[in-house]
Design a protein around this ligand. Structure first.
Ligand code: PMP
Length: 361
């Protein structure tokens, strides 16, 4: 009968998995650290926290929809016109809008695999067809193969730099050569969620590259280096037509006033935040060296995590970490991504990795 009918949903949604967040730390364990979501382990700076509690006093009101104060602060910080900026509900929200403004059924979207798990999900939600290009043996983007994969139907290409979950970054010349090969009517999204953790000057800042390339869009986030993951604010830098299309498709009021004020306060306290990033980069070096000393092969990470290609041993390794008190991010059959966190958390992970190797030998 009519009452037994269910609403007709878009067929494109069939089989699309729901995004899986990293496992939280166990609430009941004796020691428990979360190294599964590439979060910033430091608690909010007092000044940033104050900006949020200040804004909370008026959350009966809608936020500033244009994010004007934040946009002005970003424009100044990055030396770009405010018309070249768009903010959104996390950079993943902006990425979803980028698909909305470029691609639909019949169109193709290219990205490397493995890369950020949201790409296949948001691409398929858009109705477009994902075209994946495997990473090289050395866990690098195969940019030649990605450029070769471009067809008349290609509308958008995601380039995750540094790449999640491998941490590997692309040298400037390689990226420039790739951009020179991509047709001007294809949008190239440089996802730089981890840019602030890059210490190798061969890795070019996408904001430098976008300036004379109207088909390049740079994605950044306040979630990682700036420690605002829970507040959901990301932004794009792109030339006027793309940025304007993003502002048009933004969920109205999608960035809360709390998030806006925290982001502005974070830019104001950037020196203190970048000192913390420096400490995490130091920990990344320590973790990498120690793993190598244990005999692991670790791709050089330019982000706040390391990648261990464990193949069939992935789930066993993740379970061992969890037992020891740290949650990590397993990709079954492929490998484990481990965020660089508090020193104690990194120590537990390193001890577990050493024990795991010993048991294997
Ligand atoms: N891009 C990459 C490469 C990421 O790893 C992440 C977070 N895991 C994001 C984008 C999204 O971050 P957010 O939505 O918190 O800005």
């Amino acid at each position: 009968s009519e009452s037994e009918k269910t609403p007709r949903l878009r067929g494109a949604l069939d089989g699309i998995p729901t995004y899986k967040p990293g496992r939280p730390a166990a609430a009941d364990g004796p020691v428990s650290y979360k190294l599964s979501s590439n979060e910033n382990p430091y608690p909010p700076l007092p000044g940033v926290l104050e900006s949020v509690t200040g804004a909370a006093a008026s959350f009966n009101r809608y936020p500033d929809m244009a994010c004007s104060t934040l946009m002005a602060a970003l424009a100044e910080r990055f030396g770009v016109p405010p018309e070249h900026l768009a903010t959104g509900t996390g950079s993943v929200g902006v990425a979803q809008q980028l698909l909305q403004v470029t691609a639909g059924p019949g169109d193709e979207v290219i990205y490397a695999w493995r890369s950020f798990e949201a790409y296949p999900i948001i691409t398929r939600i858009s109705g477009a067809t994902p075209v994946t290009v495997p990473l090289t043996e050395g866990e690098e983007h195969d940019l030649d193969a990605m450029a070769d994969a471009v067809t008349e139907r290609t509308r958008l290409i995601f380039v995750c730099n540094p790449n999640n979950p491998t941490g590997v970054a692309i040298p400037r010349e390689d990226l420039e050569r790739f951009l020179d090969r991509v047709p001007g009517d294809v949008l190239v999204v440089l996802d730089e969620a981890y840019r602030e953790f890059v210490r190798d000057e061969r890795v070019v800042d996408g904001i430098e590259l976008y300036r004379d390339r109207p088909n390049v869009c740079v994605l950044r986030t306040f979630s990682k280096a700036y420690g605002l993951a829970g507040l959901r604010v990301g932004f794009a830098v792109a030339h006027e037509p793309v940025a304007a299309a993003l502002r048009k498709t933004a969920v109205p009021f999608g960035v809360s006033q709390l998030a806006q004020e925290a982001a502005v306060a974070s830019l104001r306290s950037e020196d203190a935040l970048l000192e913390r990033v420096e400490a995490l980069v130091g920990e990344r070096t320590r973790v990498t060296r120690e793993l190598e000393a244990q005999g692991w092969t670790v791709p050089v990470s330019h982000a706040n995590f390391v990648w261990l290609r464990l193949g069939e041993r992935t789930d066993g390794f993740a379970a061992a970490c969890e037992e020891a008190g740290v949650t990590v991010r397993p990709f079954t059959g492929e490998g484990v991504r481990v965020s660089v966190g508090e020193t104690e958390a990194n120590d537990i992970f390193l001890q577990t990795a050493a024990a795991f190797r010993k048991n294997e030998l």
